[in-house]
Design a protein around this ligand. Sequence first.
Ligand code: GAP
Length: 517
Amino acid sequence: MSASSEDQFKNIVSHCKEYGFIYPSSEIYDGLSAAYDYGPYGVELKNNIKDYWWQAMVRMHDNIVGIDAAIFMHPKTWKASGHVDAFNDPLIDNKDSKKRYRADVMIEEYVEKIEAKISKEVDKAAKRFGDTFDEAMYRQTNPRVMEYQAQIDAIKTRLANCMTNGDMDGLKALIEELEIADPVSGSRNWTEVRQFNLMFSTQLGNIAGEEGKLYLRPETAQGIFVNFLNVQKTTRQKVPFGIAQIGKAFRNEIVARQFIFRMREFEQMEMQFFVRPGTEMEFYMYWKEERMKWHLALGTPAEKLKFKDHDNLAHYANAAVDIQFEFPFGFRELEGIHSRTDYDLKSHQELSGRKLQYFDPELNENYIPYVVETSIGCDRMFLAMMSHALVEETVPDADGKDSTRTVLKLPPALAPIKCAVLPLVKNKEELTDKATAVLHKLKAHFPCQYDEKDAIGRRYRRQDAIGTPYCVTVDFQTLEDDTVTIRDRDTLEQVRVSIDEVTARVLARTSMANLFA
Ligand code: GAP
């Protein structure tokens, strides 16, 4: 991470804490690694993200319905899904620092360093050649870049082979050949690489031993698979149709870093789309595009999002792509779209002995549907929104002088508070009474906040910092003609409008319906 990206990331973490978005979990005991608590503004923003997803998936599609399955599931679920046997990450310990790493991630980070060298060469050449620069040609012909690219290709191929074949010795050999050192201690004194299952387990109260072993679900998807026929029969949906769910998932991540990007307890928003076998690629392409549109509708610049095909397919998939977002620490997975074949339903059918088949009235035949899944982490989406929205900028203050403000330019539909109501001064009862009356009128329509402490300029800045799109100021003229000033977070424009107009103005910009338009 460059120094400026590192600063940006630190700013996001401290802003989240200072303004009540996210606190470290059980902080009075020095926190618990990779667990976080959402504060008053955080929970509102997170709920809005979930609401946007739910409305886009369930409300806007007649053929998608929702469920809310239990976190605990019969232990056989995880045997059938493959998680007991295959939900592993390759783990390596450094014998000197006693630090634990994911072997595959260390190799990927090594590759990223070579990629950064290529980018540097390309940037230098672009400056040298100016408008005539042909980047694609340069990448194909420059000897140094070609050499770097060959190294990358060779490493990626070996990594993919090792991961596909579960070749832990191969990973260790690669780490040794690349002379990868512990980033903390610089030591190359590594243990063997071994598989580490990411599921947390616990015990049922009334059954002793292995029989009573339960897992905290590592993905919400299985709650959908086991309910597939229940939902299909009770809603009379016809293939193709989808089932959506939002809920907590748990993974005992080996390296849980980067704030809420990789947590041990997190929330997923998943949708399984059940299709006729043979049509899955058509729906895979459809959902790829639909999900990208969902992100772009929030105003996220297209250059901050990209597709990245998976190099290693999960045990259940025949095609998979990530939507990556440019976080301060680089492009990383935000959402996955996976063609999961009939793997899950077939395995559940075999292990449970219950038929999980659909009778297709048009084909007049029974089959196990294929599944295309969209899966996005709610917390990662939160971090993506924060990363893009948090900016420092220079704006004119009340005296027309330049001043710096920190502003959270969240999409208005996601902002925790839509409108703040501020009496111009706090010690005038007529003003505070009037402002309170305005607040009561508005808060039936959207989340509002009343603030009378400090000078008006400081109150504006506080609202900017939590992303409030509008501030309504009640002043002495309000008492005479029932008008207020309404200030726009982004343009800073202030206009005087009648109190009766405020609700419509705020709704026009903050309504979620705007995102679907
Ligand atoms: N059902 C498929 C599935 O779970 P995944 O790629 O492992 O696929 C889907 O996870 C999404 O869940 C990811 O794209 C990411 O946004 C989120 N996610 C996964 N692990 C996470 C973690 N440890 N912390 C936060 N979010 C996570």
